[in-house]
Design a protein around this ligand. Sequence first.
Ligand code: SF4
Length: 547
Amino acid sequence: MLKEHFRIVRGGASFRITQNRNPESINQMPESAILSSRPRVLSGMRPTGKLHLGNYMGALANWVKLQEAYECYFFIADLHALTTDYADPSRIKLNTLDVALDYLAAGLDPEKSTIFIQSHVPQHAELHLLFSMITPLGWLERVPTYKEQQENITGKDLTTYGFLGYPVLMASDILLYQADFVPVGQDQTAHVELTREVARRFNSLYKSAVFPEPDALLTPSPKVPGTDGRKMSKSYGNTIGLSESPLFWGPKIAAMSTNGQRIRQTDPGDPDLCPIGDLHKVFSAPELAEETRNRCRKASIRCEVCKAAVGKSILDLILPIHQKRKELESRIDETWEMLREQSAKAAVRAEQTMLSVRNIFDLSRDLGSVRRYFGTSAEDIKNAHDLSHHSSWWNLPQDQRAKLLRDYWRSNFLPRDVQLSQESNRVFASLDRELEEPFISAKKKRVFVTTSRDVNTEDKWNFEIPSRSYEVWTLLCWRSENKWLHDFVVPQKIFSQQFALAKRSMKKDEKIQVTVTRVEGNHFFLGVAGQTSRKIDELQSNYEPLN
Ligand code: SF4
């Protein structure tokens, strides 16, 4: 849509096109198959004002069908509008509302799709900025529409950073929701490629799988001629508005050129060379279209009758849209409220992606694990162990708390000369997988650091250890009374017999249960898989095995 519709133009590289899920085939899919899996679809339009028949037939009518079978996100791309209209943003909000009304009048349903405003989900701008760090300049300069639009759109200075970067913003829009498909017309199949390239680059740079590569979803995109015979487009001033009265557009159709066909009404014509013939193909019932085409060829219909017939076909299609829009216009506040609610809903989904992305860029908003105790005095050590000031940590979801404590331990407990890194800087999209990723010591020992899942306990903590071999386990647990964090650095070899025994009786992927028990004040015992416990006092805060 860079003009009115999403356009991402990159030539060359190959990518998959999904043809078996176009709206026609949707109708043939069994309902259960459709409902059981709902791939995610995303698309949007720039708020350039009221939509026209070209927008409707090329995109909106398809979206209305797609929302029956897909999890759909449809947005109003107001930030995109600013890439070209930055000098006069005075109509952005009004146009946004107009597009929203047309979306709803045409049949987009907030019960079925998420319909939102791009700028109301600030994660779009955030991801755009982060993607701009990794997108090579050459990719953008080679986008064909970059030069094309600079030449075609006169009267606006488009030599701006924002205009060059609009394909990155599009990639952000799509990838933010981890969309599976982007609906495009036959002539736009190349437009999804830049997004796929950005996803590939991100995943490969950070060895992650955060972003699936979206596919182009082919949707019907018939050629809709404007009232001057050229493609219908606002920039040509030849549109028929979805909500425009027939009193305005009727005379425009009547005055349309037949492109040289049937100058004399006794001459036979070729409807394939006449824009009215094209309008019939798009808007008339197949029987009527066929009949008028035949009669055109035989000169048995007058052009004004043919034009009136296509005008009637258009009117039949858009009259219900007009009526719905009139109703909606009388309750503008409801539409605005819907957009606010749906934007908040979209932001929740977007934030899920951004949590992973921020994590990868080490931009987590949680500063809890950052090193805060730099000294080695008794006071510093006491401060590091005492977590009673961090009451908010205990309300976090278990996995987040586990990650926070693990990072906190690494930053605040380890002496400066002990270096633990993550294996080959791998970053995982899944928190579960990340929590099982061992750290690597300077001497290449594999160190598994894990936290107890028990929060409200004073004297017994349970741990689960994957049945893989690590040289060292580090067990973190805390007392509910004073939130004192204990750490035990356990060389696996001390428990190798118990470990091997437990492993023998385990199923694949089962985890070994390890228990730390506190007895008689501050003595600690460790048991592996219910076998005899062993005292581990000397392992507490003993970082020797990590050197
Ligand atoms: S009959 Fe219809 S299709 Fe044929 S030239 Fe006239 S307006 Fe065009």
